[in-house]
Design a protein around this ligand. Structure first.
Ligand code: KG4
Ligand code: ZN
Length: 358
């Protein structure tokens, strides 16, 4: 498609309510015209985790105002939009319904094409917005619900090389935070206290390290952390910092090892460029970013890291992926349905951490 596409994107699959306007230019580059995110952290903090029903209600309460703000900040009115994209799954179904139904209402009222998006595709294509990444590239997708290594071959074409066989890495961060008594959300809290800790104090297991393949496992690591934490009577702040730092080091080793295997797999295909992209909320972790950057360098790969605000859930990634699909003529009818489960690679065996949250 040889015209600019200006797309409104809505994200409501977890605990971030987000709306953004992104423009894709005919040369395939893009610009973010607005990107507003309302974090529901305060609503869920008293429960120490995301409560699906509270999330769905908060999306209903905030989404309309966020859409108005996103348009205002972009300096646009409804007539200047070319399409509306919304996350249609995978995720907490109540929230997904709110976002998708809002998008359908707008599509119908304004006569705009609808793009019902896979949330993971939003994460997967972000590097094309931020770095103009060319296909194919290797993607390490690490979030609260997913830990996967995929080859992104094109818009809508993803080949899974590996996935977690138990917990997602973000989930492990969140659980470690909880058992150390840190605040919600866990990932950033573990990262923060780990800065004061000794990563060498506890030799936590590195599940699947050096094993063939690209699958991950984090549940044994999480259990080891729990046993260590429980064995220390009245743990001091230093004990907690050392546990957090040792856990983070183990998680980084596992992600680096599995990604190295995946890089070797992609290299064997002799692609025109060797690129590793890291996406998803856990990609905001500075220790992991530095480690994977180093690992990519060792393997002759360029490592592309979207800015932190585009690693965690946001509307811009949904608007951008919507624009990418629309540029290829891939839009959806109003019968598009919300999906709690929606793997990116339908040919890969069903796995909990690969498009399936619970
Ligand atoms: O992609 P995302 O915003 O939502 C999902 O699609 O799941 O990822 C959220 C996950 C949470 O598990 C959160 O604890 C983790 O990303 N996370 C982090 C950091 N920031 C967010 N994990 C480690 N270090 C961080 N700085
Ligand atoms: Zn996400």
């Amino acid at each position: 498609m040889s015209r600019s596409l200006t797309i409104l994107g809505l994200e409501t699959s977890c605990d971030e309510t987000a709306a953004a306007v992104v423009r894709r230019l005919p040369d395939g580059t893009g610009e973010i015209l607005s990107n507003v995110v309302f974090s529901q952290i305060a609503d869920h903090a008293p429960y120490g985790g995301v409560v699906p029903e509270i999330a769905a209600r908060a999306h209903i309460e905030h989404l309309d105002q966020l859409i108005v703000r996103a348009l205002k900040e972009a300096g646009l009115d409804w007539t200047q939009l070319d399409g509306i994209a919304a996350t249609a799954g995978p995720g907490l179904i109540g929230g997904v319904i709110v976002g998708l139904m809002t998008a359908k209402g707008i599509a119908l009222a304004r006569g705009l094409p609808l793009i019902a998006l896979n949330h993971l595709e939003g994460h997967a294509l972000t590097a094309r917005l931020t770095h103009h990444a060319a296909f194919p590239y290797l993607l390490l997708l690490v979030s609260g619900g997913h830990s996967q290594l995929l080859i992104v071959e094109g818009v809508g074409t993803y080949r899974r090389l590996g996935t977690t066989i138990d917990d997602a890495v973000g989930e492990a961060f969140d659980k470690v935070a909880k058992l150390l008594g840190l605040e919600f959300p866990g990932g950033p809290a573990v990262e923060k206290i780990a800065e004061e800790g000794d990563p060498g104090r506890f030799a936590f297991p590195r599940p699947l390290l050096h094993r063939p393949g690209c699958d991950f496992s984090f549940s044994g690591l999480k259990t080891a952390v729990r046993q260590t934490a429980e064995a220390i009577e009245n743990p001091s702040r230093q004990d907690k910092a050392d546990i957090a730092a040792s856990f983070q080091a183990a998680a980084a080793d596992v992600l680096a090892d599995r990604s190295t295997h995946a890089m070797q797999r992609l290299r064997a295909q002799k692609p025109p460029q060797l690129v590793l992209v890291i996406a998803g909320g856990v990609a905001a972790n500075k220790t992991l970013r530095a480690r994977l950057m180093q690992e990519a360098g060792k393997n002759g790969f360029e490592c592309l890291l979207p800015p932190l605000s585009l690693c965690t859930d946001n509307g811009a990634m949904i608007a951008w992926a919507g624009a990418e699909r629309m540029a290829l003529g891939l839009t959806d009818g109003l019968e598009a349905s919300p999906k709690a489960r929606w793997p990116l690679d339908p040919a890969a065996p069903i796995a909990r951490g690969a498009g399936i949250k619970a």
